[in-house]
Write a protein that binds this ligand. Structure first.
Ligand code: URA
Length: 243
């Protein structure tokens, strides 16, 4: 249950700008439980009150959670003047305050959680929790036991930053093109972390895709650019992993 002002309720649900909403309310176009209310500051109990604009019910959605298969070429940001952002790809959201949980580089694909749940986002991103992130990558060169050991021991990736031990699994090696196909599990989320870890051992990431974040796994049915709402079970698992 949440108690909030009528104008905030309608603004959250994208019924208009603050001033448009004040105008709609003052003109008597808004009803609460069937009665016209003309004060934008009227308090709404989101679990019992029924709000309608022009007799059309506006239900309240407190939190929204989407799983996006981020395509390459799109920024992990809410807004950008120049580039398309991951939020431009989400079309049927109720909330206007969505944001991506963490960042994937512009050229990285894969799992990105998009929500307006700030507490969940914090719990997933805080370095204290070490939430696992699994990536698939194509590497320019041969990844051997030497790199697997170095990654497992923790690598110095910036002058003063040593990455936590990471698990590296070699899936395949294309001898003709000298490309390794790997899966890497990291427990933190520094800027360009996977790319920097490979650079630290003299190798280059050619392609990077996030497969999972904590208990959340990329839905294999989602093509790059596609998204879906999280299921109740996925939301529950994410909340539990933050505890
Ligand atoms: N590590 C990177 O280097 N890039 C990403 O987008 C994510 C992890």
């Amino acid at each position: 249950m949440a108690l909030l002002r009528l104008d905030k309720y309608l603004c959250d649900m994208q019924a208009g700008t603050r001033s448009q909403i004040k105008d709609i309310v003052r003109k008597g176009r808004v009803k609460i439980n069937g009665l016209v209310v003309k004060k934008p500051e009227t308090k709404i109990n989101t679990s019992v009150d029924i709000v309608a604009v022009d007799d059309k019910q506006v239900s309240y959605v407190e939190f929204e959670y989407f799983m996006l298969n981020k395509p390459a070429g799109v920024l992990s940001a809410a807004k950008d003047k120049k580039d398309r952002t991951v939020l431009d790809l989400i079309k049927d959201n109720s909330r206007r305050d969505l944001f991506p949980v963490g960042r994937l580089d512009k050229d990285t694909e894969g799992l990105l959680l998009i929500t307006n749940d700030g507490i969940m986002s914090h719990e997933l991103l805080t370095p204290k929790k070490h939430v696992d992130k699994v990536y698939f990558a194509q590497i320019n060169g041969m990844v051997t036991q030497k790199e697997i050991t170095e990654f497992a021991e923790g690598l110095v990736i910036d002058k003063d930053f040593t990455a936590l031990p990471a698990k590296l699994v070699v899936l395949d090696y294309d001898k003709k093109h000298n490309i390794s196909f790997i899966e890497i599990t990291i427990h933190e989320g520094k800027f360009h972390q996977v790319k920097k870890m490979f650079l630290a051992v003299g190798l280059e990431v050619l392609y990077l895709k996030r497969l999972s974040m904590g208990p959340l796994h990329l839905d294999g049915d989602l093509k790059p650019g596609q998204y879906r709402k999280l299921t109740d079970i996925e939301i529950l698992k994410l909340k539990q992993c933050g505890n």
